[in-house]
Design a protein around this ligand. Structure first.
Ligand SMILES: CC/C=C\C=C\CC(=O)SCCNC(=O)CCNC(=O)[C@H](O)C(C)(C)COP(=O)(O)OP(=O)(O)OC[C@H]1O[C@@H](n2cnc3c(N)ncnc32)[C@H](O)[C@@H]1OP(=O)(O)O
Length: 306
C-alpha cells in the first residue's frame, strides 16, 4: 500500500542509481580567518575552531567579527549541512579577552557620556551578534567543549544546537566576578535550554564552576566523553549523521524549533503550517520515501544542495 502511494506520487523512476549519495566535501578555501581555523572532516560537515591557543581562545572584537562572517558564510554555503565548533589547545575558551577589554571598557575620560554609550552599544551588539549568528544559521551547530568554558564561552555554547563535552570540561558564568552582568545571551537562552531558572540564577550570581557531570545532569550537554579525541570522534560522527539527512528537513526543523522556543504552541503550529505548505513539495520527501521503500537510508540518497 505504502509502495503504491509512494510510486503514484512520484514521476521519477524508483532506481537505486537515482538515490545514490554523492561524496562532496565542503570547500574551505573561502574560510580564511585570523582567529578561527576552518576545515571539513567529512562530507557536508564544516569544522570551525577557535584558534587563539596562546591566549586560551579568549575572545576579542576581531574574533566576534570573524565568527559573524564565518557563520553567515556557512549559512549560505550549499555544501555545508552541519557545523562543529570547538577550541584548539588546552581549553575551549577563557571568555572575554581581559587585556583587550580593559582598553575598550576603560573610563570615558573627557568624552561625552552619551557618545561613549553609543560606542559601547556597538561593542555589545558585535559581541551579541557573534552568538546570534550561530542561532540564526539554519544549519545545526554542534559544539564540542573541553577544559574551561568561561564567561563569553557560555554565551556561545547556549546559542548552539547541541552541546557535547569532555569529562574535564567545566562551565562558569564568570561575568559577576568581572563586575558585569552577562550580556551576550546566556541569561536569555540558558534557562530555556535547561528548564531550571533557579540553577541559572545561582550559577550567574556566584560564578561557581559547574563540572561535566552536573552539566549532563541538568541537560546543558547531551553527552560526556572521556577525552578530547573521543569527543571529536563522537561529534564528527553525530554531525555526519545529521549531514546525511535531507537538508530541507534538517533546516526546516531548526528554523521551526527556534520559532517554537520563542512563541506559544498555537503560534508555532501556525508558523509550521505556513512553512510546510511550501516544504512538503520538496523532492527530498519523495527521494527519502523511495529510499525507505528500498530498505535504504537517507545516507544513500543524493540530496540537492541547499
Ligand atoms: C561586551 C562584553 C562581552 C563579553 C563579556 C564576556 C565576559 C567574560 O567572558 S567574563 C570571563 C573573563 N575570563 C576570565 O575571567 C578567565 C580568566 N582566565 C583564567 O581564569 C585562567 O587563565 C584559566 C582560564 C583558569 C586558565 O588558567 P591557567 O591554566 O593557569 O592559564 P593562565 O596561565 O592563567 O593563562 C595562560 C595564558 O592565557 C592568558 N589568558 C587567560 N585567560 C585570558 C583572558 N580571559 N583574556 C586574556 N588572556 C587570557 C593568560 O594571560 C596567559 O597568558 P601569558 O601571556 O602566557 O601570561
Amino acid at each position: 500500500m505504502l509502495r503504491f502511494a509512494v510510486r503514484s506520487l512520484s514521476k521519477a523512476p524508483t532506481t537505486f542509481a537515482n538515490i545514490t549519495a554523492a561524496k562532496m566535501s565542503c570547500d574551505t578555501n573561502a574560510y580564511k580567518f585570523e582567529s578561527l581555523a576552518v576545515s571539513s572532516p567529512k562530507e557536508h560537515v564544516l569544522h570551525v575552531e577557535f584558534n587563539r591557543e596562546k591566549q586560551l581562545n579568549s575572545m576579542t572584537a576581531a574574533m566576534w567579527s570573524d565568527m559573524i562572517t564565518c557563520f553567515n558564510q556557512a549559512a549560505k554555503d550549499a555544501d555545508v549541512r552541519s557545523i562543529i565548533l570547538s577550541g584548539r589547545g588546552r581549553v575551549f575558551t577563557a571568555g572575554l579577552d581581559l587585556m583587550q577589554a580593559a582598553q575598550t571598557l576603560q573610563p570615558a575620560g573627557d568624552k561625552d557620556v552619551a557618545r561613549r554609550a553609543f560606542e559601547l552599544k556597538q561593542f555589545i551588539e558585535l559581541a551579541q551578534n557573534s552568538c546570534t549568528v550561530i542561532e540564526k544559521c539554519p544549519k545545526p551547530v554542534l559544539v564540542a567543549i573541553h577544559g574551561a568554558c568561561i564567561g563569553g564561552g557560555m554565551d556561545v555554547i547556549t546559542a548552539c544546537d547541541i552541546r557535547l563535552c569532555t569529562e574535564d570540561a567545566y562551565f562558569s558564568i564568570k561575568e559577576i566576578d568581572v563586575g558585569l552582568a552577562a550580556d551576550m545571551g546566556t541569561l536569555q537562552r540558558m534557562p530555556k535550554i535547561i528548564g531550571n531558572e533557579g540553577l541559572v540564577r545561582e550559577l550567574a550570581y556566584t560564578a561557581r564552576k559547574m563540572g561535566s557531570a552536573e552539566a549532563k545532569e541538568c541537560g546543558l550537554v547531551n553527552k560526556v566523553f572521556s577525552d578530547k579525541d573521543k569527543l571529536m570522534e563522537g561529534v564528527i560522527e553525530l554531525a555526519s549523521m545529521i549531514a546525511s539527512k535531507s537538508p530541507v528537513a534538517v533546516q526546516s526543523t531548526k528554523v521551526n524549533m527556534n520559532y517554537a522556543r520563542d512563541h506559544s504552541v498555537a503560534e508555532g503550529l501556525e508558523y509550521m503550517k505556513s512553512w510546510n505548505m511550501s516544504m512538503l513539495q520538496t523532492e527530498d520527501l519523495m527521494k527519502s520515501a523511495q529510499a525507505l521503500m528500498m530498505k535504504k537510508t537517507p545516507a544513500d540518497v543524493k540530496f540537492s544542495k541547499l
